[in-house]
Design a protein around this ligand. Structure first.
Ligand SMILES: Cc1cc2nc3c(=O)[nH]c(=O)nc-3n(C[C@H](O)[C@H](O)[C@H](O)COP(=O)(O)O)c2cc1C
Length: 367
């Protein structure tokens, strides 16, 4: 029996296996509204046999978008556009769909990556003024963010809750908060980007305050029988920055508040980061968090091999693995992994005839 293909309950959500599709920005929305690209992109990933599909970083306010092509969930138009995409995808797949809600803080207002990805200054086309815990730009020479005051913090916290209510109406199965990759919540956590002297800066307790307030607001806005999880960067990979010990304290505080799972990534806060990139490079971070909490932990980052993924789950380094680039490259990765281990995956009835003759138990059509 493959550990990778054993089911798991995450905060009341039953997952068929341990393979999660990580959130991936597509930079293809218009004014935050999903487009036909999202039907194609999410539609084909929804046929992949993974246990859970996570919608890309979706901003809770217009200025929280990384780029002007990001998806959002701040308006009725955003919600209607997402509903249309979800209706199409759900017509042909029963894969549970989660959404990552986020705010980019000082890393907002950028060009799309394939157009260079640079910051766009306020006043220029597709640019706006960014906000952050402290007025420190991500890169030297960039337009600095405005420091958020208490009213600004309350507005963003409420926007997270409002987006979570929209996610609930869209019958999304789970919400993941984006606390990683140097975006707003991570900017509060890290002493490198948070230099505040009020109750939201300084001590670890103070730096965790805003992200935990956002968690509480979202947890109470989203139905109690559906999970809310957090994605973290477990280290900034910079001396004197956010690190795994602080991540463990944060994960424990989240667990106490009813967080259903912790998704462990790393980096993205500071351009001085030195990341030891390689297969499973973030798994030791996931393992450290998993040893400290009782809730499921997801590992991510260059997990591309079937035996590699099986070993991560099987040895207890993490409860689930998330795939991003690997599943874009091979959207049938879970099919091939299931074939490799003699397990089965959901496949649409239209494709059942593609089952290779040597894998007669591979497809489960859900009947
Ligand atoms: C095209 C693309 C878009 C991404 N967008 C997001 C995102 O919206 N939110 C997020 O937390 N991470 C995002 N990431 C990071 C991935 O979720 C993942 O953590 C990272 O790519 C490492 O996993 P991998 O080696 O399987 O690709 C993105 C990655 C890629 C390649």
């Amino acid at each position: 029996m493959s550990a990778l293909f054993s089911p798991l309950d995450v905060g009341g959500l039953r997952l068929r296996n341990r393979i999660v599709i990580a959130p991936m920005c597509q930079y293809s929305a218009e004014d935050g509204c999903m487009t036909d690209w999202h039907v194609i992109h999410l539609g084909h990933l929804a046929l992949s046999g993974a246990a859970l599909l996570t919608i890309e970083a979706t901003s809770v306010t217009p200025e929280g978008r990384i780029s002007w092509g990001d998806t959002g969930l701040w308006s009725d138009d955003n919600e209607a556009a997402m509903r249309r995409v979800l209706e199409s995808v759900r017509r042909w797949s029963d894969m549970p769909i989660a959404i990552q809600l986020g705010h980019a803080g000082r890393k907002a207002s950028t060009e799309k990556p394939w157009s260079g990805g640079a910051q766009i200054a306020p006043g220029e086309e597709h640019g706006w003024q960014t906000v952050a815990p402290s007025p420190i730009p991500f890169l030297d020479g960039e337009n600095p963010p405005l420091e958020l005051d208490e009213a600004g913090l309350a507005r963003i916290r409420d926007a997270f809750a409002e987006s979570a209510r929209r996610a609930a109406r869209l019958e999304l199965a789970a919400v993941q908060l984006h606390g990683a990759h140097g975006y707003l919540l991570h900017q509060f956590l890290s002493p490198l980007s948070n230099r505040r002297t009020d109750r939201y800066g300084g001590s670890l307790e103070n730096r965790m305050r805003f992200p935990l307030e956002v968690f509480d607001a979202v947890r109470s806005a989203f139905p109690a029988d559906r999970p809310v999880s957090m994605r973290v960067s477990a280290t900034d990979w910079v001396e004197g920055g956010w690190d795994v010990e602080q991540t463990i304290a944060f994960a424990k505080a989240l667990e106490e508040r009813g967080c259903a799972a912790i998704h462990v990534s790393s980096g993205g806060l500071d351009p001085r980061q030195k990341i030891p990139v390689g297969p499973s490079y973030q798994v030791p971070l996931a393992r450290a968090v998993r040893r400290a909490v009782g809730i499921p932990v997801i590992a991510v980052g260059l997990i591309t091999g079937f035996e590699q993924a099986e070993a991560i789950v099987g040895t207890g380094d993490a409860d689930m693995v998330a795939l991003a680039r690997g599943i874009l490259y091979d959207p049938r990765w879970p099919w091939h992994a299931a074939a490799h281990f003699g397990a089965s995956v959901m496949a649409p009835p239209q494709y059942l005839r593609s089952q290779p003759y040597q894998h007669r138990q591979l497809f489960d059509s859900g009947d």
